[in-house]
Write a protein that binds this ligand. Sequence first.
Ligand code: ZN
Ligand code: ZN
Length: 377
Amino acid sequence: MSNKKDFYKILGVEKSASAAEIKKAYHKLAMQYHPDRNPNNKEAEAKFKEAASAYEVLSDTDKRAKYDQYGHAAYENMQQGGGHHGGMDFDLNDIFNSMFNGGGRSSQRNKPSGPTPQRGQDLAKNLSISLKEAYLGVKKDITFSHYFVCSTCNGQGTPEKSGISTCQKCHGYGQVQVQQGFFAFAQPCRDCQGQGFKIKTPCKDCQGQSRRKEKEMVTVSIPKGIFQDAEVRVTGKGDAGIYGGPAGDLYLRITIEADKGFQRDGDDLVCSVMLTYPQLVFGCQINIELIDGTQESIKIPKGCPVGEKIVIPGKGFAKLKNRGAGAGNLIVITQCQIPKKLSESSKDLLKNYSEAIGTETKSEDGFISSFFKKFLG
Ligand SMILES: [Zn+2]
Ligand SMILES: [Zn+2]
């Protein structure tokens, strides 16, 4: 795979090359291998694409830093990431144009011949789930408002296709030049609201916008093992596209609520278990209730200290980041239950025991007063 080659080698520059050197090197290669100059030359086309990929990464400070740090894996990640957050879906023509016209992508608007299909907006929503739901996975119903393709006009904006004309004021650019003193700047055209075209008889139900806002309920499957702040993408459930463009996606950001009995530590599920002093001393077999409501029998070894971690393999969270790797562990931390009230007979037994092992016990009052006397008196 040509993709595996080192981007610096592709451009023929040193790792320490400056931005200007990278641009110059790319410019040279792009000129040399541009498809217009090498018609039907597959090798030149491959070299051209390779150089464009390399330039896309090395010309961007952030991407270059990631590439330097993580190598080619970072580049592949950027590519897989899709268009949502810093995804790197680039277009060769786009890069080429921005290189040679010296301008950004959006500063120049193409002249539309009518309504231009545009992708709908991605939408983001927060979703809170319980720790148990994160452990087991859950299906959630989410109701929200977003744009739908207008069913009256089928996303055309008008019942008759012939009713669309280019705006005369801006000649279809959607922008008009405004002169103010020495400065000229572009402003959205008011005649057509920046759309570049006018619809003679707009669809009554969407006012010619090709889509309408409606409420929808979607059922979303949250996989087991989902982690805090994860983003779950629901494809095509963002806003509908404009004039037949593809729909955006819905992103759900997951918040996991704290649980009373259990905590999460990476893929491990952690809880504590209260034991009496004799249970810790003699060891025992006890049943504990897991987060999913099932019972698990665990063995407390003889002479078990407080704070001991008893590991039950495979009863933690499903490993979502590393699918197929099974699950984390359940970690049970031992605690000692100290009784506040004791029967007289228990008290006597405990005092006898204390004497037997040679520890000193005093009444609470005595201890506290002497303790404070030391410091205050
Ligand atoms: Zn309509
Ligand atoms: Zn206009």
